[in-house]
Design a protein around this ligand. Sequence first.
Ligand code: XUL
Ligand code: CO
Length: 437
Amino acid sequence: MKNYADVKQINYEGPKSKEPFAFKYYNPEEVIHGKKMKDQLRFALSYWHTINASGTDMFGGDTMDKTFGLSGMEMYKKKADFAFELMKKLGIKFYCFHDVDVAPVGKTMEETVKNFHEMVDYLLMKQKGTDIHPLWVTVNMFSDKVFMAGAATSPNAEVFARSCLKVKNGLDAAKKLGAEGYVFWGGREGYDTLLNTDMGLEVDNLGRFMQMAADYKKKIGFKGALYIEPKPKEPTKHQYDFDVATCCNFLRKYGLEKEFKMNIEANHATLAGHTFQHEIRVAATNGVFGSIDSNQGDLFLGWDTDQFPTNAYDTTLAMYEILMAGGFTTGGLNFDAKARRQSNTFEDILLAYIAGMDTFALGLRKAQQIIDDGRLPEFVKERYQSYASGFGKEIVDGKISFEELAAHALKTDEIKVDSGHQEYLESVLNQILFEDK
Ligand code: XUL
Ligand code: CO
């Protein structure tokens, strides 16, 4: 196998290729569903996993050195160089980061903020002359010990103020770098025991905080989207942004439904007991579909393992939902995924991205085949035919009353509900997935 340094550019070679450092399904310029694959998929690199994570887990330290033998600002500049080199090799146009991913924390808050803005200027300089910019920016309000009881939902008002400072700087950076969006992942916005928790105050404060952030976004003229990233648990036992439906309820309660969309993470969906497709569908039907954090979990581990997505069945169904939702506008597919602890070489970083990008590209191709084949969407349309005409249509149009329907039902003794044909539909899906073209 080639060395990382010898791989200059990952190119598309097609499904018959056995070259490890080539795409088999991702052909950036090829048009699928009315757009080039690169514009349909909008892949993003996640700074925290790719540029920083070094293999540490609960039981052991680093398995990979990503310090380049440097420290402080020098190290973060070298990391930014590495991030841009990697994106160019992979043909990735977007990246995502937390404030602490890109700059060192200083001895004082003022020094931390200064370091951050200096690094944002460095990133801006790296962007010049490229078509690379952030898919979204966020800030880390969960690692530092002051956030141990939450950020905007902390029982301590000083922490609420610290959260305003962090998000203000994150939004300023998003504007300066021309980010497509800004993400709020709740981190520790939740609780471990109700015995010490005023849930009502905490969630009201979260509502106040989100309103302030949305107002600040408008004040500075940041045009990107604001997203909430739902997750049911981990690190807290119960997180307030549990799933898409819970977040929709939160947004409506605080009158924020027009300001925020969802950043849906595959592994968070499964932690909430939902399929990935379910969360995308709930977002789409509520008008809040925004962006995707793409990864997969492990059925037998049960925590947020953040693995690169390689399950083509899941990516096909996810891409089908995304196409049905109208595709991405400001959003995209951010790989909130890290190479496994034992995949500890720079070559593995490339191979992990190639695997993830190819699996979503294959998913996009297969989703288009589902649409072209027509059997699945047509079955669904047919299943709801009773609402397309007659009194069914009057229900949908709000033109028939409760009493009129009751009178109709009184005269109808026999009702035949058609089969859902689940197994047949699953076999159609297999045929589309595995047919020999
Ligand atoms: C945590 C997670 C985060 C967010 C950004 O589970 O997904 O990395 O995506 O804070
Ligand atoms: Co995420």
